[in-house]
Design a protein. Structure first.
Length: 187
């Protein structure tokens, strides 16, 4: 792909541990998102395994008439420092990071870095929509920018937002936009 549109799932209803689906507002957000993506030349829609990501992606793929596929590399993960890397994160973030559920922890962001490498590998041209979670989007942007490990924490990624990443001819990726919610104005 030469363009990847990272999408945070629309608003969920319920607690993360329950794998919630979309709220009524989230369903409306996903519909507006699908309309916004029409005409962007999207060739494929991937989504993480969580229900809120799948439901968001289903609306997009249906509206765009694109193939839809689950991709475990878009699973909800949170980069957390290993024992020797806590200094990479501001101390005021440590309580939050200690509270990340064990099943979501990605030590030193290794799995997320590998996921980005897989998604961004040279291959076919086209536009990919990848529906995932806020910290995954932030981590991928951090990878593109080569930013410090904690940089993803400084990227607020809104529900049903679009983060636009584009490959240059030399294979380098650029960030064309982050957390665009122009399609949600008035909600």
């Amino acid at each position: 792909m030469d363009r990847i549109l990272l999408v945070r799932h629309a608003e969920a209803e319920g607690h993360d541990g329950e794998d919630p689906g979309l709220s009524p507002l989230g369903v409306h957000q996903a519909s507006l998102l699908a309309e916004r993506l029409a005409g962007q030349g999207v060739t494929e829609v991937l989504h993480g395994p969580r229900r809120r990501a799948r439901q968001t992606a289903q609306q997009v793929a249906q509206r765009l008439g694109c193939p839809l596929q689950q991709a475990d590399l878009l699973e909800d993960r949170t980069p957390c420092p290993s024992a020797g890397r806590w200094g990479d994160y501001p101390q005021h973030r440590h309580p939050f990071l200690h509270g990340v559920p064990e099943q979501e922890r990605d030590e030193d962001g290794v799995a997320l870095a590998a996921a980005w490498k897989h998604l961004s590998a040279p291959g076919s041209s086209g536009v990919l929509v990848a529906v995932t979670h806020a910290f995954v989007v932030g981590s991928f942007v951090r990878e593109v920018l080569g930013a410090p490990p904690a940089a993803w924490l400084q990227l607020p990624i809104a529900n049903a937002s679009i983060t636009d990443l584009r490959a240059r001819e030399n294979g380098e990726w650029t960030v064309a936009g982050v957390s665009d919610v122009g399609h949600l104005r008035g909600l």
